[in-house]
Write a protein that binds this ligand. Structure first.
Ligand SMILES: [Zn+2]
Length: 109
């Protein structure tokens, strides 16, 4: 008869997954812990979602000197009183879309 291992494999896998998620959450929180401030009213609808392949290039062109020099830009939004345009990649994750929507709501960081 086979003796079961001291620590079952599923527990190891679960622990590894939990640690991985905790690290990921911490890294995310520190990297994207923006200091949001509402500086203007929310942009009126419609909001346009423009899918671009290279958000870094597109957004640098749009933002000009306001663009961060160091980080890769994952998306951007141009706030207008009458509408808002969000530039994202076709596979942009939810948090990037929500981030840019916050800009359309009149927040800056
Ligand atoms: Zn932003």
């Amino acid at each position: 008869m086979k003796t079961p291992p001291l620590i079952p494999f599923w527990l190891l896998a679960l622990t590894a997954a939990a640690i991985g998620m905790a690290v990921w959450a911490t890294v995310n929180a520190s990297m994207f812990d923006y200091d949001w401030q509402q500086t203007r009213p929310a942009s009126a609808k419609p909001w346009f979602y423009v899918k671009v392949q290279d958000t870094d290039r597109t957004c640098r062109a749009i933002l000009g000197t306001n663009a961060s020099a160091m980080e890769r830009i994952n998306g951007c939004a141009t706030w207008q009183p009458t509408h808002c345009i969000i530039y994202i990649t076709p596979d942009a994750p939810r948090w990037i879309i929500e981030h840019e929507e916050k800009h359309c709501l009149g927040f800056t960081h």
